[in-house]
Write a new protein. Structure first.
Length: 205
């Protein structure tokens, strides 16, 4: 096995280190966050850090890079209080990835890609049309991670839309039925397949 000590890692070339550390934590969620500012400009950006924070209340979180440069999604959700989280399906990966390009505030990623905005459930923020899972969230709070100046942004789930064939009888959302992708690193997209589900694990007798 190849071994990297902290000293080796610190000394790596920037691009190599970014690839290594971005991919080492494992497969990550792949989401498009949709927002709109008060002036009516829409914004869409890909995120690979959306995590489950708790079911009751239903909370999601994501990590925002340091706000040393304008972060439009974050600005908009703070301004309006709402954002959408949309899962990315296999046929959307190229456009989803392109949404990470640094466009000016008044240029919408919806106009620069084939991704289309969809409005419903009285949500001011745009959903991504055709996304297999669409979630409307209310911005709740954010917490500074002082070690690297990132923020953990907390959102409360207000509406969920799930493609019917993905939603099982017990409430489980089977993502592979909607060809929902995952992110490997910062630029690699993969299509996982469910292998098995297991009952609640208990200690052996
Ligand atoms: C695969 C992928 C995952 C990303 N995940 C995040 C993330 O979790 N947090 C973040 O702040 N930026 C992330 N980015 C970068 C944002 O997509 C990028 O900064 C984007 O321009 C932000 O748009 P905004 O300023 O319009 O909000 C990611 C980029 C890619 C390509």
């Amino acid at each position: 096995m190849q071994h990297f000590s902290k000293e080796n890692i610190d000394a790596l070339a920037r691009r190599y280190k970014n690839n290594l550390i971005n991919s080492i934590s494992g497969y990550k969620s792949a989401n498009l966050i949709g927002t709109k500012n008060k002036a009516g400009n829409t914004n869409l950006a890909v995120f690979n850090s959306v995590v489950h924070l708790g079911s009751n209340p239903a909370l999601l979180g994501f990590i925002l890079r340091p706000t040393t440069v304008p972060r439009h999604s974050y600005q908009n959700m703070k301004e309006t209080g709402v954002f959408t989280i949309n899962h990315i399906s296999k046929d959307q990966i190229e456009d989803a990835h392109h949404s990470s390009a640094k466009y000016a505030e008044d240029i919408s990623e919806f106009d620069q890609t084939n991704l289309e905005a969809e409005y419903k459930a009285n949500c001011l923020a745009p959903f991504v049309k055709g996304a297999p899972v669409q979630i409307a969230c209310r911005y709740v709070n954010d917490y500074l991670i002082k070690e690297n100046d990132t923020l953990l942004v907390v959102g409360a789930i207000e509406h969920l839309f799930v493609q019917e064939e993905m939603l099982l009888e017990d409430g489980y959302v089977q993502l592979d039925k909607g060809e929902v992708v995952t992110v490997n690193g910062i630029d690699g997209y993969a299509l996982p397949q469910l292998l098995a589900r297991f009952p609640y694990a208990r200690p052996k007798e």
